[in-house]
Write a protein of this length. Structure first.
Length: 448
């Protein structure tokens, strides 16, 4: 517990901009909860303005008064004894801000702010701040807190974050994460849609975490789990520890132990059930006519050849020091197309069927995670126009997994041994009328 002298010294160093992040948090809490601290800061600010006016008047009259001894300023009652000389300049600038800030502090929610640090951003994303500000290109210096909303906006993007207690979070693909009213002993988030991975610190115990989705809420502590959600369905898989899951629709509550999962869907009017995570498969076919979950793109009318067609939508890709690069992308989720995790193995290949209305280079990619583990990056490959069919004609490409390159080799340099999460295709800068009709993962035994 700080005494009054320690509080005043901390507030003065705050005005002088000489605080570390922990001390800044102390000041925020102090000004929010302690009327005496606010009064002290107001008093110091008013004295700073008065002192500055006196200094300005003194300097302006030096020529006229140089022959006379300058009389000292008469002291006022209840003057706080502070050495203005060492921090006068920043204090004068801060005085008005402080007087306004005292009012603003009263408007800030009574929750801890800025406890999430962004570590890495790949692809298009935005932050919508609690105060109405929009950050179009968050980076590794971005700090987030209660009331902020983070959007990962493209099929090939992802964002890595760390909480102040060491817990790691990743969102990927098209995802929207709201940071809810949180306290240091309990963190709360709302995943509106998309994919999220949560991994506790390996060094210290982390605070309990609650994640809400449109269908469930998940509460855990020191648990590694991942979840994918849409407006209708959420799947939660626990890979280490235990999580408590409650379904919004009927209030059913279950404990999900390590190696298990639950699926909640608005299409099913049934209580939650816990199942062991199923055995992985290494062959997977995505039949678009069965309407898998679309992560990006627009369904097109069937034609005489294809029953289902997913067309690419425009997607701005942020570029440093220049205008965004326009991509045209279509992306599909594995979620809902298979009851089993889809495992990629050495020697396997991805088969994609589609077409373009114009001749163009097409980039194919997919996102991954470790089997029963954390997000493990994305992999891409470019296919030149000469390796595709003529414009307007259907093509089919077989892409060996070994030929894909990692967007972040530090996570994983090869997709072999990883779980397939999403598949996407895109063109760069030109809308070539790209569409996807069929996707398969073919294991090595069938590629020869």
């Amino acid at each position: 517990m700080m005494n009054e002298e320690q509080k005043q010294e901390l507030l003065i160093r705050y005005l002088d901009d000489r605080l570390n992040p922990d001390e800044r948090a102390q000041v925020s809490e102090l000004l929010r909860t302690d009327p005496g601290a606010r009064e002290f800061l107001r008093s110091v600010a008013e004295q700073a303005v008065t002192f500055a006016d006196g200094e300005r008047t003194l300097l302006a009259g030096q020529t006229e008064l140089h022959a006379r001894k300058q009389a000292p300023l008469a002291p006022t009652s209840s003057v706080v004894r502070v050495d203005f000389k060492s921090w006068l300049r920043p204090l004068i600038a801060a005085a008005v801000i402080v007087l306004l800030g005292i009012v603003l502090f009263r408007q800030i929610p009574t929750t801890e702010k800025r406890f999430v640090s962004v570590n890495k951003v790949i692809g298009s994303s935005q932050v919508f701040g609690f105060n109405g500000e929009v950050e179009n290109a968050p980076n590794a210096r971005t700090l987030l807190g209660s009331g902020d909303t983070l959007e990962s906006q493209s099929c090939d993007s992802w964002i890595e974050m760390t909480l102040d207690d060491g817990l790691q979070m990743t969102v990927a693909g098209q995802s929207e994460l709201n940071i809810l009213d949180s306290k240091k002993d309990h963190r709360r988030f709302n995943l509106q849609h998309g994919s999220m991975w949560i991994t506790p610190s390996s060094r210290t115990q982390t605070a309990p975490v609650t994640v809400y989705t449109p269908t469930i809420e998940v509460e855990s502590q020191d648990t590694q789990f991942d979840l994918q959600t849409s407006k209708n369905t959420t799947i939660v898989r626990v890979n280490k520890g235990t999580a408590t899951v409650r379904q919004h629709m009927d209030g059913s509550l279950v404990q999900v132990p390590e190696g298990s999962q639950v699926i909640a869907s608005l299409r099913r009017n049934t209580p939650l059930e816990v199942f062991a995570q199923p055995t992985p498969i290494n062959y997977w076919a995505c039949d678009l006519w069965k309407a898998p979950e679309v992560r990006y793109g627009t369904w097109l009318e069937p034609n005489g050849i294809e029953r289902a067609r997913l067309g690419a939508d425009p997607l701005p890709w942020p570029m440093k020091d220049r205008e965004p690069l326009m991509l045209y992308a279509a992306a599909l989720s594995v979620l809902g197309t298979s009851e089993h995790p889809v495992l990629m193995k050495e020697g396997g290949m991805l088969l994609v069927r589609g077409r373009t209305e114009k001749t163009a280079r097409v980039r194919f990619g997919f996102s991954t995670q470790k089997m029963r583990g954390v997000f493990s990056g994305k992999f891409e490959i470019d296919v030149q126009p000469g390796d595709l069919a003529s414009a307007g004609e259907t093509w089919e490409v077989k892409l060996p997994l070994a030929n894909f390159h990692a967007l972040d080799p530090r996570l994983r340099s090869s997709p072999a041994g990883l779980e397939l999460k999403t598949v996407y295709a895109l063109t760069i800068e030109e809308d070539a009328g790209l569409e996807i009709n069929h996707v398969e993962l073919i294991p090595a035994a069938e590629t020869n």
